[in-house]
Design a protein around this ligand. Structure first.
Ligand SMILES: [Zn+2]
Length: 227
């Protein structure tokens, strides 16, 4: 984060990000207290979804933390957090089904997921080094432009990663809902709130992309307006 007058550009995106965050907290808060009608736990549902797709070799593990749920494609392990694993709320099952959706994407060789996974190292590098490069460049003489440009390239890699993350996340949720429905794991009454929870989560990814794009725009303006 760098402070100057272009920070104004960020404000609408940041407001949208706050709105998205509030939506997630509201929907998760509400549906983490509503049990699903069949009484399944999140772990049971994830197992059923994986088995229904023939993914018997994908293991499910319990891990500590809050919202640490993820699928690890390298070792084919779906990790569910303490708050989700044995929970039978609609929100917990939504999360577990979403992560199972990622496992299905991996098994099917879903291109955006493969692309995204291959971009992880570049994106991390970009996210960590972009701003230091730009700031370094601003304090240097005429050679500084090269550092700023490098910073912009690095930051663009991080933005690209976020943009590719969008279809991956939306598709995982779409698969989650379809698989819950196809396997008869959720009643029609439970499906609607599950959709709301997953849509709210998707909105935070959209907001993150908008914030990053505005940051990138700022970098161009900062570069072109330097002394
Ligand atoms: Zn996801």
């Amino acid at each position: 984060m760098f402070w100057d007058s272009t920070i104004i550009l960020l404000i609408p995106a940041l407001l949208f990000a706050m709105y998205a965050q509030a939506q997630v907290q509201t929907t998760f808060g509400r549906y983490s207290h509503v049990r699903n009608m069949y009484g399944y736990t999140a772990e049971q549902v994830a197992r059923r979804i994986l088995d229904s797709m023939g993914l018997y070799d994908v293991r499910i593990e319990r891990i500590p933390g809050n919202l640490t749920d993820h699928y690890d494609p390298r070792v084919k392990v779906l990790r569910l957090s303490d708050a989700v694993y044995g929970n039978d709320s609609i929100a917990a099952i939504g999360v577990a089904a979403h992560e199972a959706g990622h496992a299905v994407q991996h098994a099917k060789g879903y291109i955006p997921l493969l692309l995204r996974n291959s971009l992880v190292p570049v994106a991390n590098l970009g996210a960590n080094l972009a701003w230091p490069m730009v700031i370094l460049g601003l304090f240097m003489g005429s050679a500084g432009i090269h550092f700023i440009n490098l910073g912009i390239i690095l930051f663009s890699a991080a933005v690209l990663f976020q943009v590719i993350t969008l279809p991956v996340e939306i598709d995982a949720s779409r698969r989650a809902i379809a698989l819950l429905q196809a396997n008869g794991l959720f009643t029609r009454e439970d499906l609607e709130p599950a959709k709301k929870v997953l849509q709210a989560a998707a909105l935070t990814y959209v907001a993150a992309v908008l914030v990053s794009i505005m940051q990138l725009l700022r970098l161009f303006i900062i570069r072109d307006s330097r002394e």
